[in-house]
Design a protein around this ligand. Structure first.
Ligand SMILES: Cc1cc2nc3c(=O)[nH]c(=O)nc-3n(C[C@H](O)[C@H](O)[C@H](O)COP(=O)(O)OP(=O)(O)OC[C@H]3O[C@@H](n4cnc5c(N)ncnc54)[C@H](O)[C@@H]3O)c2cc1C
Length: 811
């Protein structure tokens, strides 16, 4: 066994084997994998091992395409061919129009990744799958590449190729401890000796948190028991003359594929069970949980209804094994938050299908610092400190119960709610708020117009449309109040704070006390990494002169890690998160100044406190910091208040706002307004796949600055011209927005993808942002956008259709 290597991958299931192989593909050959038992002895060996191309966003579709292409290539390797039933085809069933709309949207999105799904009706489903009935069936989504693979052979093939490229695999070598040294490299302690390495990767399946605890972290991953059974031969299959397509059923929560001449039927029962919550027996190796088919009778009934032939088939094997679920259902693949040189590829619930792609994207991140796709949807830093073991279990159960029921737009499921609230949450609830959840925070989505008001889940504009319009109009014509809790806030102190930020940001950093600026930072490839406001607070009885770095609620761990990683040892800079201590009340609308003046001492006139100013003050008796910034495009103030004083501030604002009939507004109104205003959302429109010029952020880049992260790479990209452009679109239909992922085309050629869309209530238009190939991006161009299966006319318009000269914000 080596005593020193570059990377130690811990765990020899599909996650570890794929990572090891892909590290060698990226050119790192001095890498090893350590496995406590034999390869695949965790979950992988007993997987149903279905391999679909279906994903909820383009990154997932792209990584699954990589799996499929790789598996095909491996299966055709004459030296070590493996069993892969590629191209049996698969159907995701639907019995509601809303589900069908979802499939139409996912088909549009996949087209942008060169993947062709088909939305088919019930007759066509039955034609392609001779065993199914059409009862309670509207149709489905057809994935032509669907199939299944031999999991053990797949892992052996990947390990074999990795070994050939120089990697080493140590079986029967349990990792017992992990120690990080002062230079941030690691020592991996195993039962057979220690290995020093630069980087460790946790790929430990259901033992994820045993290994996590060795480095002092808890990963938001829970295991669930998951069962399938195999039937005896079914005569109709024997005589069909072709293999049965796979089935995935959100109506009755099962999947089904052919196994030999019978079927394999897997269940996602409502009466489901977590596994290993109180520790895992060290001897649970190549093992299964006891069968428990009583739990799945509800699911079985649905499957029998759909496939009557099943009722006649004998069951010859039941498999019940642990499967991992994360707090939001998507895996955790990337850097471990708060750690250096530590990565994970965990929480895989469809690891056989996805594992090839996840290992690929992880290896790219390890070797190059970033992958070819934006990997935020699988980034382990997408949550913050609320993801404890109890909350994770609740969400895992909910996700398991809804395995094939995709999330609809604006759907916020009920488990584990109220994880993060402020003193105003119950008050807003009392006033009829519908809440959305942002990184665990309950945030007002909109105010329900009546107590029993409900929306229908779907991809079209819903019943809240008129209420959101009313909220927007009140902000535009009067004054509105909105709480933006959970906004990421890092306090930066020390004499080098501005020089430090100057190294990070690609544009000029505002240094003037009492002023606020917006900035962007890049990764080493010159691509957009993040966005933050830099607010310069004065020295006062509340603290020394300092910066408040503010960014999206979801970015809390991501941004803190990035800042910490780029501190130089001699920098006089201290970073402290205030995210959980401070919240924001936004006062927006033409009467905002009058309300502010009525509840806070001092001169708030335009001259005394212009746009982008900052002042420490009191709102009533509540200490506050007010910033003259606006995401809505109206005259607006962000009022930053410690949570302890929030209620007092709220009462003072409400009292002052009484004569103006101040009203609450929520996140959906904000989203509509920011789209009209040309403002972007991090990780919707701001992605690592594009540079700041492509994103239209030229004015936030200063190429004459001495140095900033990504400058050289950006210069190089700049010299080649923009490949893509972020554009604003006006869409010609009124009943549905263009959802993120919808594909743009001209003459049937795919030319781009929507990133966000909504109705702009002030300009009364259906609008969207999209990245589009530069040659098609001129203003006024007519293109098509595929919305829910229809080719819809769209026109490229100038960015910021509402108040393009920013007169209102400055008023
Ligand atoms: C019944 C069932 C059906 C499934 N069907 C499908 C399907 O159809 N399609 C699909 O894509 N997915 C399916 N899955 C999920 C899929 O099998 C898993 O996502 C995948 O196998 C997880 O692989 P892994 O490498 O993350 O974990 P594992 O396979 O569990 O591998 C982790 C490895 O880490 C090792 N390890 C742990 N601790 C240590 C340590 N301290 N030191 C060294 N090594 C350690 C373990 O021994 C183990 O070998 C199914 C799962 C189940 C349970």
């Amino acid at each position: 066994m080596k005593s020193r290597t570059k990377v130690v991958v811990i765990g020899g299931g599909i996650a570890g084997c794929s990572t090891l192989y892909h590290l060698t593909q990226e050119g790192w050959n001095d890498v090893v994998l350590v496995e406590r038992n034999e390869l695949t002895s965790g979950t992988t060996w007993h997987s149903a091992a279905q391999v679909t191309n279906f994903g909820m966003n383009q990154t997932m579709v792209g990584l699954k395409s990589h799996s499929i292409n790789l598996y095909k290539e491996l299966s055709e390797d004459p030296e070590y061919p493996i069993n892969y039933h590629h191209g049996d085809g698969g159907i995701r069933l639907a019995n509601t129009e809303a589900q069908m709309d979802g499939y139409r949207h996912f088909a549009s999105m996949a087209k942008g990744m060169n993947v062709n799904f088909e939305v088919i009706d019930a007759d066509e489903c039955a034609k392609r799958h001779p065993l199914i009935s059409k009862n309670n069936l509207l149709g489905g989504l057809w994935d032509p590449s669907d199939g299944d693979i031999d999991p053990a052979q797949l892992c052996q093939a990947l390990a074999r190729r990795a070994r050939k490229a120089g990697a080493e695999v140590y079986r029967n070598t349990p990792v017992t401890a992990l120690k990080q040294k002062s230079d941030d490299t690691w020592t991996v302690h195993t039962e057979h000796g220690n290995i020093d390495c630069d980087i460790v990767v946790n790929a430990c399946g259901y033992r994820v948190n045993e290994v996590g605890s060795m480095m002092g972290v808890h990963h938001p991953v829970t295991s669930m028991e998951h069962q399938y059974f195999l039937t005896e031969d079914i005569p109709e299959i024997k005589t069909a003359g072709h293999r049965m397509p796979l089935l995935r059923c959100p109506i009755s929560d099962y999947y089904c594929r052919q196994e030999k001449n019978g079927l394999l039927l897997g269940f996602y029962e409502q009466d489901c069970k977590t596994w290993g919550m109180d520790g895992i027996d060290p001897n649970f190796v190549n093992a299964l949980c006891p069968d428990d088919l009583d739990r799945v009778t509800d699911v079985l009934e649905g499957a029998f209804d759909r496939m009557p032939a099943l009722m006649e088939a004998g069951i010859h094997t039941v498999v019940n094994g642990p499967i991992t679920y994360t707090i939001d259902g998507a895996p955790l693949v990337g850097a471990i938050p708060g750690k250096r040189n530590a990565f994970c590829i965990i929480g895989l619930r469809a690891g056989l299908g996805e594992g090839g792609g996840h290992g690929w994207l992880l290896a790219q991140q390890i070797v190059h610092g970033e992958a070819c796709y934006d990997t935020w949807c699988i980034d382990p830093r997408r949550f913050a400190g609320h993801t404890n073991v109890e909350l994770t279990a609740l969400k895992a159960i909910e996700d398991y119960q809804n395995e094939f029921r995709f999330h609809f737009p604006h759907e916020h499921r009920p488990a584990g709610r109220n994880a993060k609230t402020t003193p105003l949450t119950p008050i807003f609830a009392e006033k009829g708020a519908e809440f959305t959840v942002v990184n665990g925070w309950e945030r007002v989505d909109y105010i329900k117009p009546s107590k029993d008001f409900k929306t229908t889940l779907g991809f079209k504009f819903d019943e809240a449309f008129d209420q959101i319009k009313r909220e927007v109009k009140n902000v535009q014509q009067n004054v509105g109040l909105c709480e933006v809790n959970g906004f990421n806030r890092i306090e930066i102190t020390g004499s080098d704070r501005h020089n430090f930020l100057d190294r990070i940001f690609c544009g000029n950093v505002k240094r003037q006390t009492g002023k606020v600026g917006l900035g962007y930072f890049l990764n080493h490839h010159g691509m957009l990494k993040g966005e933050a406001t830099i607010a310069n607070l004065p020295q006062s009885d509340r603290g020394p002169a300092r910066v408040w770095y503010g960014s999206a609620a979801a970015s809390e761990y991501h941004d803190m890690d990035w800042l910490r990683q780029h501190l130089n040892p001699n920098d006089d800079v201290q970073l402290k998160s205030l995210t959980n201590d401070i919240t924001i009340l936004v006062l927006a609308g033409p009467n905002a100044r009058k309300v502010l003046s009525a509840c806070s001492r001092g001169d708030w006139s335009k001259d005394a406190f212009p746009w982008l100013s900052l002042r420490e003050c009191f709102i009533g008796i509540a200490p506050a910091t007010v910033m003259g910034v606006s995401f809505s495009g109206e005259l607006a103030y962000e009022i930053h208040i410690p949570n302890a004083s929030l209620y007092a501030a709220y009462l003072a604002i409400q009292k002052a706002g009484l004569e103006f009939n101040i009203k609450l507004f929520g996140a959906r109104a904000v989203d509509s307004m920011r789209l009209e205003k040309g403002f972007l959302h991090w990780k919707a429109d701001i992605l690592t796949e594009f540079d700041p010029f492509e994103t239209g952020l030229d004015k936030f880049v200063n190429m004459n600055k001495n140095e900033f992260i990504g400058k050289e790479a950006l210069k190089n990209r700049q010299s080649k011209g923009c490949l893509n452009r972020l554009v604003s679109l006006e869409i010609s239909i009124k009943n549905a927005p263009a959802h993120a992922g919808a594909t743009l085309s001209v003459k049937n050629k795919v030319i781009g993808t929507v990133t966000s869309g909504d109705w702009g209530h002030r300009i009364n238009k259906n609008i969207a942002y999209a990245y589009i190939k530069s040659e098609y991006s001129s203003i006024g161009s007519e293109i098509f956008v595929d919305i829910l299966g229809e080719k819809i006319n769209a026109k490229i318009i100038k960015s910021c259709p509402y108040d393009p000269n920013f007169n209102i914000i400055r008023s």
